[in-house]
Write a protein that binds this ligand. Structure first.
Ligand code: S3P
Length: 176
């Protein structure tokens, strides 16, 4: 039985490897909301994987697609929306998302991000010589954007159900 939800949308933002997709799925089941993953939507609209979009069309083209998918997702209600890590770096995206629902930042330390992404090959921005340095640099640049969220949860050392449970508590307090 899903827990009752009065929220238009719940939007998860945060760095790569902060658990937005997994937490978003769990949260959507518990709140009885649909689940939308903007990276998956981009791949559907483009007809190819994000890594290939970066390789063949470049990051700028990816960001244009990303913006249009954010507008599309924010135009609907009743969802948990998991976003790509770079989405908040475009201030227009943050304005759109904050109007569409409650925006929650999943905070993660550079160490926990590295633990979660080191095995994967699918993140073009980390396909560099020093991925750990890149994580620290991008986190530093992006934190001021992430910090504009309505709510923040520290995910370090926590399981997906724990993080989802904390978000539900925070949402209750925020809306009461
Ligand atoms: C990106 C994060 C990725 C994906 C793309 C760019 C970023 O999403 O959108 O590779 O700029 O941080 P995740 O945060 O889901 O890995």
């Amino acid at each position: 039985m899903p827990e009752e939800s009065p929220y238009a949308n719940v939007v998860l933002i945060g760095f790569m490897g902060s658990g937005k997709t997994q937490t978003g799925r769990s949260l959507s089941e518990r709140l009885g909301l649909r689940f939308t993953d903007t990276d998956a939507l981009i791949e559907t609209r483009a007809g190819k994987a994000i890594r290939r979009i970066f390789e063949e069309d470049g990051e700028e083209a990816f960001r244009v697609l990303e913006r249009s998918v954010i507008l599309e997702a924010a135009g609907e209600t009743g969802q948990v929306i998991a976003t790509g890590g770079g989405v908040p770096a475009n201030p227009d995206n943050m304005v759109t998302l904050k109007r569409s629902g409650c925006v929650v930042w999943l905070q993660a330390s550079p160490e926990s991000v590295w633990e979660r992404v080191r095995e994967g090959q699918e993140r073009p921005l980390l396909a560099v010589e020093d991925p750990q340095g890149r994580i620290r640099e991008l986190l530093r640049i992006r934190e001021p954007f992430y910090a504009q969220a309505h709510l923040a949860v520290d995910t370090s050392g926590k399981s997906v159900p724990e993080v989802a449970g904390e978000i539900i508590e925070l949402l209750r307090a925020y809306h009461s």
